[in-house]
Design a protein around this ligand. Structure first.
Ligand code: FRU
Length: 500
């Protein structure tokens, strides 16, 4: 029908009717993007959780299909609900579900058992238990069969956390090419801990590692995602991203749910976060989206890391069930392509910087620095020098000074105390270059610092000088020898070695 009701999203996916939450089982295969989603086939609030289904060729025009996984026993007496999960194309038929040469699609989802029961596999499960199960499709995702002979494939959390069996969910599966294994990330929601599993066949899983609790832990952890992304578009340099939903405890200023992320590496068994992705106090995080309505985001399997796309649920558990839409509730946010870009470590600014020195800490020895400031002093008294000290030892006995001489209108590098200067008597000197200000009157210095050099770029001039500081000369300071310098802004980025 025509989607013309009041509030009906016109370019975001929403189901024709009823309740929807998390995107599930996102995979791209043979020109089609599949979207499954947490769905209540019988109501406009959460319940009877099933997997709804829609497909698209372009991630913007969607066609809704019949429910793919209907809550067991629905509508009479629901005994098992199908919670959030993910899906992969089992190209090599590692699961063995493809019997006539078909390529099986495998969905891994959480079984939420609504009563104590003995399953067809013979397993006994408890009321309110959450276990991980699989289903397969032999017709490219249209129809699905649950793996009744073997479900659940992961019945309990690892033994130390067995008591968490009611809060064990949201499996995210992907193929890890380097180790030639399937990898699965699950969440122990209440204790903010992820468990990573590996498998050869998507049926038998072993525990590989754990992650958490760390960073934002204000609520349960849900819907983890783990995937690689190229860094700055590189073909060879990639980082892994781990996304974890949090409910409640989302971004500052919001109430309810939100997604956080970590950047790091994954070696096939463990995720190792970068140290600058971790905050000590468990109170803050890297937020994937800073608003109130982006949650349970999930990656598309079947796309290259370069074309990584995710969908997120554009709602919030705080008020999601009362939003004034009818006869549906919830939409997916616009698909987002994620990439990693190296951006600047630290930025500083001073409205005015007075005579003296201020430390910017141990900033390292390979740096890309942008220092800009007004080339005119407040009262027109253009006196003194302003600039940055790099390669300084903590007691400043070694230091390389780079700056601007207001009186002369020149930039300079002073390497008289830059470290080892004794090998030639002409080496320890101060060097000057003509300087030019921008049209707004500011002076911009771009400074590249390496272990034994500094290169300064300003206007039409460059000034290059070798320096030989000792290994512990990693400190930086801003200095002004006279009067206050206006509108100072400083950006310091660490440059990574090309040799690693
Ligand atoms: C997140 C979530 C998941 C769970 C699903 C149930 O929004 O709570 O943890 O699998 O919703 O619908």
């Amino acid at each position: 029908g025509l989607y013309t009701e009041v509030y009906r999203p016109q370019f975001h996916f929403s189901p024709a009717e009823n309740w929807m939450n998390d995107p599930c089982g996102l995979f791209y295969h043979e020109g089609l993007y599949h979207l499954y989603f947490q769905y209540n086939p019988g109501g406009i609030t959460w319940g009877n959780m099933s997997w709804g289904h829609a497909t698209s060729e372009d991630l913007s025009h969607w066609e809704e299909h019949p429910v793919a996984l209907l809550a067991e026993g629905y509508p009479g007496n629901v005994t098992e609900m199908y919670y959030t999960g993910s899906a992969v194309v089992d190209t090599n038929n590692t699961s063995g579900f493809g019997t006539n040469g078909e390529t099986p699609i495998i969905a891994v989802y959480t079984s939420q058992y609504e009563m104590t029961q003995t399953l067809p596999s013979g397993e006994e499960v408890l009321w309110d238990q959450e276990s991980q199960s699989i289903a397969y499709s032999l017709d490219n995702g249209k129809t699905w069969k649950t793996y009744d002979a073997g479900n659940p494939v992961i019945e309990y959390p690892p033994s130390p956390y067995r008591d968490q069996y009611e809060n064990f969910r949201d499996p995210f599966v992907f193929w890890h090419a380097d180790s030639e294994k399937w990898v699965l990330v699950t969440s122990l929601a209440e204790i903010n801990r992820l468990v990573i599993w590996t498998s050869d066949n998507l049926k038998d899983w072993s525990v590989a590692s754990e992650f958490g609790p760390v960073n934002a832990v204000g609520g349960v952890w849900e819907c983890p995602n783990l995937f690689p992304l190229p860094v700055d578009g590189s073909e060879t340099n990639q980082k892994w991203v781990l996304i974890v939903g949090l409910n409640p405890g989302g971004p500052p200023g919001t109430v309810g749910s939100g997604d956080q992320y970590f950047i790091g590496d994954f070696n096939g068994t463990a995720f190792i976060p970068d140290s600058d992705s971790i905050y000590s106090a468990n109170t803050t995080s890297n937020w994937l989206d800073w608003g109130p309505d982006y949650y349970a985001s999930s990656a598309y399997n079947g796309l290259s890391a370069k074309h990584h796309v995710q969908l997120g649920w554009m709602n919030n558990w705080q008020y999601g069930e009362s939003i004034p839409t009818y006869p549906w509730r919830s939409a997916m946010a616009a698909p987002r392509r994620l990439s990693l870009k190296t951006i600047d470590g630290k930025t500083y600014s001073w409205k005015s910087f007075e005579t003296g020195m201020q430390s910017v800490g141990s900033i390292g020895k390979t740096l890309d620095i942008n220092l800009s400031f007004s080339g005119v002093k407040e009262n027109g008294s253009n006196k003194g020098e302003f600039g940055i000290i790099v390669h300084a030892t903590s007691n400043l006995t070694q230091q390389t000074r780079i700056g601007y001489d207001f009186e002369e209108g020149t930039m300079f590098v002073d390497r008289r105390k830059s470290g080892d200067v004794a090998f030639d008597e002409t080496f320890p000197r101060k060097y000057f270059a003509p300087s030019r200000s921008e049209s707004d009157g500011s002076i911009n210095l771009r400074i590249l610092v390496d272990w034994s050099s500094v290169e300064v770029f300003n206007g039409a001039s460059t000034l290059t000088a070798q320096v030989f500081p000792s290994e512990d000369a990693t400190y930086g300071h801003i200095f002004s020898t006279e009067g206050s310098t206006q509108n100072v802004s400083l950006k310091i980025s660490e440059v990574s070695s090309i040799w690693t």
